[in-house]
Design a binder for this molecule. Structure first.
Ligand code: XMP
Length: 529
């Protein structure tokens, strides 16, 4: 569909259009604009026909290199419509204006600090001169044509933002749409307000993140219940619950909407859980007054993973096994739908968009069998983690449930690099329990967004009691995040980390080395596989 006055007869000229070149973060641009109270619509480059009418256009990032893939249509460059290029979008603007984009050592991922050269630039109105920003690029701008002016640099002198001298075109090399970029939302607000003069929804632009989240959550509950009711009709739903926030919110929404006879919750123990996980899950479900059917499938999952070392293969096996077990349980019971707590971030990482790369196959999205007997019901598919937590709050879920850390469906299988065996599972469980207990003991657990151990298939040399040892390595991971799309390593005190390393190496057989993972997302992901 091309955006044209015909498609949006009354409102197209008010819209901010996002041209999606396949960035993982394109949906975050749309989310930021929505939170700020601006209406936007995402279209692919191919959909963006010459009749496009918009208040402004944002060119997203993308996995390709400028000059080799898509181009900004000439007619769009000639129009007086304001453009903001983000990352690859900025490189496309530079390329189109005759500048040079290089692929070499100036790659950057994660945190960077930039200095504004022209603080009176309307894009940066009200911002400090130095900004902490989040980068994710393999290419960078080497030289600018006369028409473009650099408006910000990082400490190494790399161009971080540009502006056209005559046309209303701006570009930023960093990602204002991710939560780790300080003042990112203010930059997008400046573009919409000062550059596009776009009309915002009343009050939204001024409200803080928490207020916006709470307000949209309240509106969302009724909307989601109405949609579930319409979708299920007289059908019968099997809801997969795990004790996590996402499936709990999904189950509570369904329980509000459907009759008791229409809903059955089922919990699968896949044998890939952490120590004490089963008890925690039972406590959560009891608190929610959910009495699930429990399926003990530990042996089936562990057997299916025997001999498998490839991360994507593990994910495919686990996704298929989940559906196989659920369909086996559902047989002959009249179920029409399978509900799961899939999030937007699961969909994006699984390669949701036309040009978007698959980063990993989330078990509930890209690791499902091609043919399924039950229709999928995923009310949270368009929401990010923090939005789901806000929804849970609006549904009166307790803080204890809302603040539960994410735990991936494929469980410890994606935290054991290499083959999943009963002895390696036991080793990882023991190390992980020591790590989490120590974080609780030092009052640090609640300061992490997600904390866990990873077991590597890497043995190294050690010395214990005057004897040589050759044993495995455990990684400690703890990250800060909001929506799982970006993450930074928590700055845990070194003395606490050293205590944890000492405990793990003393108490867990077969481990003689413990390391702390300092990598942000990007370039890493939160999980190791
Ligand atoms: P990554 O590791 O890709 O993960 O940065 C982002 C968030 O998603 C969780 N995760 C999963 N959750 N099924 C899930 O339910 C999956 O297949 C899956 N893979 C990753 C991960 O723990 C993190 O919170």
């Amino acid at each position: 569909m091309s955006l044209s006055p015909e498609n949006h007869p009354t409102t197209a000229a008010e819209l901010i259009v996002i041209i999606d070149y396949g960035s993982q973060y394109t949906p975050l641009i749309a989310r930021c604009l929505r939170d700020l109270g601006y209406r936007s619509e995402s279209v692919s480059a191919a959909q963006c026909g010459a009749g496009l009418r918009a208040r402004g256009v944002i060119l997203s990032g993308g996995p390709e290199s400028a000059g080799t893939g898509a181009k900004i249509p000439d007619w769009l460059l000639d129009q007086a419509v304001p453009l903001l290029g983000i990352c690859y979008g900025m490189q496309l603007l530079v390329d189109a204006a005759g500048g040079k984009v290089h692929s070499d050592q100036q790659r950057a991922f994660g945190r960077d600090t930039i200095e504004l050269a022209t603080p009176d630039d309307p894009l940066f109105t009200g911002l400090p001169r130095q900004l902490v920003v989040w980068m994710s690029h393999c290419d960078h701008v080497g030289s600018l044509p006369a028409d473009l002016q650099a408006t910000a640099h990082n400490a190494a002198g790399v161009i971080a933002a540009v502006r056209h001298r005559r046309w209303p075109h701006w570009g930023v090399q960093f990602h204002p749409e991710v939560t780790h970029t300080s003042h990112g939302k203010a930059i997008l607000a400046n573009f919409c307000q000062h550059i596009c003069a776009a009309p915002a929804g009343r009050g939204a632009a001024k409200a803080g993140r928490e207020v916006v989240l709470a307000r949209s959550a309240l509106q969302r509950v009724d909307d989601l219940c109405a949609r579930l009711k319409a979708e299920v009709g007289a059908g019968k739903v099997l809801a997969a619950v795990s004790g996590g926030v996402d499936s709990s919110v999904t189950a509570v929404l369904l329980a509000r909407t459907l009759s008791q006879a229409q809903l059955c919750c089922v919990y699968i123990n896949n044998g890939l859980l952490r120590e004490h996980e089963a008890a925690a899950i039972t406590a959560v479900l009891r608190e929610l007054a959910i009495v699930p059917q429990s399926l003990d499938c530990q042996q089936e999952f562990v057997a299916a993973l025997r001999g498998v070392t490839d991360a994507e293969e593990k994910r495919q096996i686990i996704g298929h096994e989940f559906v196989r077990q659920l369909e086996k349980f559902a047989q002959g019971k009249g179920f029409t739908h399978l509900a799961q707590g899939t999030l937007k971030s699961d969909v994006i990482e699984s390669g949701g968009g036309e040009r978007t790369h698959r980063i990993k196959s989330h078990h509930n999205v890209a690791a499902l069998p091609a043919e399924m007997e039950l229709k999928l019901l995923e009310p949270l598919r368009d929401l990010f983690k923090d939005e789901v937590r806000a929804l849970g709050k609006a549904l009166a879920l307790s803080q204890r449930i809302l603040q539960r850390q994410p735990f991936p469906g494929p469980g410890l299988a994606v935290r054991i690099v290499g083959e999943v065996t009963p002895s390696r599972l036991a080793r990882l469980r023991a190390a992980d329990a020591i790590y989490l207990a120590a974080l609780h003991e030092h009052g640090l657990y609640d300061q992490t967004w997600q904390a866990f151990c990873v077991l590597l298939p890497l043995s190294s040399t050690g010395v214990r009691g005057d004897r040589r040892s050759q044993a495995a390595t455990v990684v400690l991971r703890a990250v800060q995040s909001v929506d799982a799309m970006t993450a930074s390593a928590c700055e845990l005190p070194i003395e606490v980390l050293a205590t944890i390393a000492a405990r793990i190496t003393a108490q867990v057989d077969g481990v003689n080395r413990v390391v702390y993972d300092l990598t942000s997302k990007p370039p890493a992901t939160i999980e190791w596989q």
